[in-house]
Write a protein that binds this ligand. Structure first.
Ligand SMILES: Cc1cc2nc3c(=O)[nH]c(=O)nc-3n(C[C@H](O)[C@H](O)[C@H](O)COP(=O)(O)OP(=O)(O)OC[C@H]3O[C@@H](n4cnc5c(N)ncnc54)[C@H](O)[C@@H]3O)c2cc1C
Length: 469
């Protein structure tokens, strides 16, 4: 028996039959992602049910020099959880909520708990966990932390990085770091948890986390506002922020073409306004209230009087509020019905969002007449999904063949405007070239130094982020 075979047998013994998938059909769902950009291979899918099992598996891999690719809900979209050999370590069975301490406003949960279940458990305990994203029914909290996930509440609550107080991590040599502190203040040297958050599984495997909870909002107000241009929506954002800063949870924008796609292709999605407008802002306030609806109406009324808005609707029920959110959330799904689409997930300073969208749209239209730029996203934190739908009638594959070309143009522009080429989804495999292109030599050197120091054998999620460059 070879060294690798011996290691695989030892891993199988460590996790038992429930934790082991070795046949091709069983492994298949773990090997590719929704977008179909990547498809991998591995010797086995290993599904440990406890931290000690993860530690044992990683220790064996470390001795054998076998690669370990962590995977949560596999919704990452940049190829980060797709293996090229070695074993795939799925967290799906690490699915216990260990503790909710409502007095301390914390929850300790294992890495494989689905985000929607975390949110529901917080709610049941009379609290709230504000991380919310389109994939929350499938993505898992360990994956959210490993990618520093954002979503729609970043403006008020921050990204995943801001929502973790402590972590438990299995290191690349199999040791367990118990950093499950529940403190909001702890200035005792390096903040080690931040090394693993956003590292996309290249420095260790997050097995559990202490999450920050918040008091459950007693009042909520949601509105959709329409304007002729983004500068006006930016001004509206400033006004809402100024007057309702503490309760402003989300300020999303979308261009008309996004609304057209969503209402045309996704059942049950409606445009609640009578006429069509170039841009829309979706605004959500949440807090202890009451009176948030009235406050929002006052700000919107003044904005209307000052010529910033052309029309607006305020939800009068929870169902109406969900309907407005559905319009925003349906856009990625709707875009699939319009042929190929080339995605960008950029950030620029909030004040530069209108300029970025105007320049980027003009640039891509010059480059390929008929291309349809769908700009939508989180105006409140400067993160825009600048997604390009193919010209009507163009061959889909020919359009998708221009993926790298358009990425380069759009990312160059974002970087030129002091932005980021990856605001939410991380680097994975998809954006490795960009990482090398846009990060300074000093930054790359620091990243490589960390990687080598923590994972000298290079077994932890090889070929992702900075590994190999
Ligand atoms: C419809 C849709 C909407 C989305 N919306 C958003 C959004 O609004 N904001 C946003 O930020 N993202 C969004 N995403 C992307 C994705 O949902 C997030 O990146 C999510 O955090 C990934 O979680 P996951 O459990 O699916 O991770 P996976 O896809 O399984 O893994 C992602 C990366 O993390 C690593 N990893 C996973 N678990 C662990 C662990 N326990 N320890 C160490 N490394 C680990 C993997 O190796 C991989 O590199 C969306 C995706 C979809 C499909």
């Amino acid at each position: 028996m070879s060294g690798a075979d011996k290691a695989l047998k030892a891993i199988r013994d460590a996790v038992g039959t429930k934790g082991w998938i070795g046949d091709g059909d069983g492994m298949e769902p773990y090997l590719g992602e929704e977008r179909g950009l990547y498809h991998g291979t591995c010797a086995a899918v290993v599904r440990p049910a406890a931290t000690e099992e993860v530690a044992k598996v990683v220790e064996i891999c470390s001795h054998a020099g076998l690669a370990v690719v962590p995977q949560g809900g596999n919704t990452g979209l940049v190829g980060g959880g797709v293996p090229d050999g070695g074993i795939l370590l799925s967290t799906v069975r690490l699915n216990r909520i260990r503790e909710i301490d409502a007095g301390n406003l914390t929850m300790t949960a294992e890495a494989g708990v689905v985000l929607a279940d975390i949110r529901a458990a917080a709610d049941e305990a009379g609290c709230s966990f504000p991380l919310s994203l389109g994939a929350e029914g499938s993505c898992r909290i360990g994956g959210n932390l490993a990618t520093n996930a954002g979503g729609s509440g970043v403006l008020r609550y921050g990204a995943a990085r801001d929502l973790a107080l402590g972590l438990e991590v299995v290191l690349p040599d199999g040791r367990v770091w118990d950093g499950l502190g529940r403190l909001r203040k702890d200035n005792t040297g390096y903040d080690l948890k931040q090394l693993f958050i956003g590292a996309e599984g290249t420095l260790g495997i997050i097995t559990a986390a202490v999450l920050k909870l918040f008091p459950r909002p007693q009042d909520r107000a949601t509105a959709l506002a329409a304007a002729t241009n983004l500068e006006k929506l930016l001004e509206l954002f400033s006004r809402v922020h100024e007057s309702r800063g503490g309760s402003l949870v989300a300020f999303e924008v979308m261009s008309r073409i996004c609304v057209d796609f969503a209402t045309e292709h996704v059942a049950g999605v409606i445009d609640p306004l009578r006429a069509k407008y170039p841009y829309y802002g979706l605004i959500e306030l949440a807090g202890s209230g009451p009176g948030l609806g009235d406050a929002l109406e006052t700000v919107l009324g003044a904005a209307f009087d000052d010529g910033l808005l052309d029309d607006a609707v305020i939800a009068t029920s929870g169902a109406q509020a969900r309907q407005l959110w559905r319009l925003r959330e349906a856009i990625p799904e709707a875009q699939k019905h319009e042929g190929g689409s080339i995605k960008h997930d950029i950030a620029v300073p909030v004040s530069k969002v209108p300029e970025f969208i105007a320049r980027a749209t003009a640039m891509v239209e010059r480059e390929l007449p008929g291309i349809r730029a769908c700009a939508f996203g989180h105006l409140g934190d400067g993160n825009i999904h600048f997604n390009l739908s193919q010209p009507v009638g163009m061959d889909k594959q020919a359009f998708l063949g221009k993926w790298r070309h358009f990425n380069r143009l759009v990312h160059d522009l974002a970087m030129d405007m002091e932005g980021s080429f990856s605001a939410e989804h991380g680097i994975g495999k998809l954006k490795r070239e960009d990482l090398v292109r846009y990060k300074s030599e000093v930054e790359l050197d620091l990243m490589r130094t960390l990687k080598t120091a923590l994972d000298p054998k290079g077994i932890m999620n090889p070929g992702k982020v900075v590994d190999g460059f």
